[in-house]
Design a protein around this ligand. Sequence first.
Ligand SMILES: [Zn+2]
Length: 183
Amino acid sequence: MFVFGHVGLTIGAAYAFRLAASSWRKRAVALSMDFRLVIVGSMAPDLIDKPLGLWIAPGLVDNSLRSIAHTLVFAVTLLGLGLTVWALGRGQKLTLAAVSSAGHIMFDRTWQTASVLFWPFLGWDFGASYPPVGEWASRHVSDALRFFTDFPELVGFIIIVAVTARLVHTKNTRRFIRGGVVS
Ligand SMILES: [Zn+2]
């Protein structure tokens, strides 16, 4: 999955969760949801692992473009940290980002590459093979340009457009930029 799918579907899931939580009278939790963190969290594994595999430490991650931040260990650790911070009364922001980041791993269907998802329990090698960087990049660009042929990408794109239109229509763009509020 690429950017529209990850960002749009995670925003959609967070929005649906908030609606459900409101009806369960958990308004205090729901209303303070910062959608900026949902967006950053939804892309966090790629924002970490792509630079690692391409430029920063390709040797360390076996040239894999899905590595540390796409593992279950990373997701559980981040979620544990988030819940600890939340339990200490320091807010739910890290938890929100952690859940969004875990959603990324799910949307990527990382379970199809068990060597990554269950790293390091199946061995230290991430074991995901990728074409040379130039070929990978050009394939990604052409995929991005044909996003409307991929159902999850298309749905994600529609959600992003709908949320943006709502923010503009209700004149809440500034509230979103400053506090991540989507009403
Ligand atoms: Zn990914």
